[in-house]
Design a protein around this ligand. Sequence first.
Ligand SMILES: [Zn+2]
Length: 317
Amino acid sequence: MALSEYELIQRAVDIVEDSPHPANKVAATIAGQDKDGKAFHLARTNFWPDSIKEKIGFDTKIGNSSGTVHAETACIINAPVTENAALFVTDPPCPNCMKNIAEARIKTLYIDHKGFDKDWALRNEDHFAHMSMRIAVHAGISVYEIWRKEEKLVPILEVSKGYAPVIEKPLQIESLPEGDISASHFLSYVESKKTEYGDAPFAVAIAHDILGNSYALSAEPHPAIGYTSRTLDEADEKYSFILQPINRLIMAASRYGFWIDADYLYSSRVPTARELVNMMGAGLTKIYIGDREESRDENGLEALGQLTGAGILNVQQ
Ligand SMILES: [Zn+2]
């Protein structure tokens, strides 16, 4: 029998103290249906990818990004399928996680009522209200405050049935013919995408599903879904409403129940620091880069130097 909302948030609360983070201990449970229609749930805390923990350490920033993968994103990366799933979190999600939640097409978000009184939430109230919730509105994610002991749900946002977010530039998915994939095939596919994307930065990945089918995924930076470049709100200084291409690919793979082939990931420019940390969290440690001098900002270049210098990321030649 499927677990209730209260049992699912309890799964997150049960592991939150296992979080390796000394100050911000956060956990989440994701619950949904896998490709066979079987119910699943799994819970994760925020964590440092082993490679970062062992070779760089807890205290060092990767570029301008913390080395941790947040609990919400950890759940998305590890879930069999995220489309239409529900996410239960101990704390209000930051804007970066909310963009990932939107791109992964999670439908419902439950936030432990106690999370709103914690230190992080109080310090970041504005980011939650000003950015995270606006992302939820545009993406069409219903949000509830959840009271476990009282078994009570307080709606923060209820999305009307049939709401479909606009998507200006959908991520592209192409089915690949059966057969082995080689580096030269992959790179000639990337070449064909260069003409298509023109000056826009973009990323390409090969992904597989449980039936053995393979796909080429590609994406460019995009406003959090439901926003377009014309309707975009002004962001808080620390965050952006734009989701970067590799983050889009990682979230979309989870959405559809694909996994990204660690040998075939390409970015036209150096990924941002946050994309690189999420890559480590998703076990993606190899990448082809078009222009190694170019990045959205200098933090990406710094992060790339740290990760390659520590021997935990390989830039393919
Ligand atoms: Zn977050």
